[in-house]
Design a protein. Structure first.
Length: 316
């Protein structure tokens, strides 16, 4: 009976479905395993279900000598060395599609909370400092009529764009190539430089790869409007944290809403101390329904593979 190792417990019936056919071991702690711990606990596994926080590189693959499939629990797979997996004939799968709407919802939640100063206002009331309405109190910019720039108009970017239209936002976007689907929003394709200089709000929704790593560096952030806000619900390293901190501290941009970070779960103290930042603990897919669907998809991928079928969400 093949052994399956699951790097973190997840909701839903996915784990139970796996236990009906395989010998399953689950890390039920609330902490990520180090690579050393992962290798020690998964040494006999034929299937591995890692989280996006687990780095599965060539060294890990070589240490797990029985490994045949990596069923990533997440749509992104930048945590896995795909070339190394392919060279070792290890199948890689992911869980696409199911977290699109939830992540788009959270993007808009961050945008609204940041721009309308929801977190600041909540803290003020809790401190007992609310003294009643007056015209110049706690002002913020309107959303209506402003421009939202989307970096990465994939499924999640499209879902964000649909929500933005409901708030009467003009939508522009930048991809490697224009998207035919953008006409349905409608959303206008622009260059990266135009996205930076024309947007009042920027939503980062691109995958992490060599081209997008630190795409929002010091130079890029300097091209944004001083009144602009940036929201990142994609991957932390797309935005250079050091450059972002500098831009926020010097008021080069107005604020940031972050659900992801460069070195999770570490969040720089400089970000924590800034009042013009809203920080969330990677909640993009954090609904009961989505996390359960992700687990079910990972389980289906593993089951299909060992039944001699092509996994439904094959990456390589």
């Amino acid at each position: 009976m093949p052994q399956v190792f699951i790097c973190r417990e997840f909701p839903g019936d996915g784990i139970n479905r796996l236990t009906q056919q395989f010998q399953v071991t689950v890390n039920r702690t609330k902490a990520d395993l180090t690579q050393t711990e992962l290798v020690a606990q998964a040494k006999d596994a034929a299937a591995l279900i890692p989280m996006i926080t687990n780095i599965i590189d060539a060294e890990v693959m070589d240490s797990l000598r029985r490994l045949k499939i990596i069923a990533n629990y997440g749509v992104g797979y930048s945590n896995i060395d795909i070339a190394a997996a392919k060279a070792r004939a290890i199948v890689v799968t992911n869980t696409p599609g199911v977290l699109t709407e939830a992540t788009a919802d959270l993007t808009m939640a961050l945008l609204l909370a940041l721009v309308r100063r929801v977190v600041e206002g909540d803290a003020l009331v809790r401190r007992g400092e609310f003294q009643g309405f007056y015209p110049n109190f706690f002002l913020s910019p309107d959303l209506t009529g402003k421009t939202l720039g989307i970096f990465g108009l994939g499924q999640i970017g499209m879902a964000v764009a649909r929500r933005a239209v409901a708030f009467d936002l003009r939508v522009i976007y930048h991809n490697r190539h224009p998207s035919a689907a953008a006409a349905l929003i409608p959303a206008e394709y622009v260059s990266f430089e135009e996205l930076l200089s024309h947007s009042d709000f920027i939503s980062v929704n691109a995958p992490l790869n060599e081209q997008t790593f630190h795409r929002f560096d010091r130079r890029a952030l300097a091209m944004m409007k001083p009144s602009a806000f940036i929201i990142n619900t994609a991957r932390g390293p797309i935005v250079s944290e050091s450059a972002l901190i500098e831009a926020l501290q010097t008021k080069r941009i107005a604020g940031a809403g972050l659900d992801v970070y460069e070195d999770e779960p570490r969040v720089p103290a400089e970000l924590v101390s800034l009042p013009n930042v809203v920080l969330l603990p990677h909640l993009g897919s954090a609904t009961f329904e989505v996390r359960a669907k992700m687990g079910a998809m990972a389980a289906k991928n593993v089951i299909a593979f060992f039944n001699g079928q092509t996994p439904p969400n094959l990456v390589v």
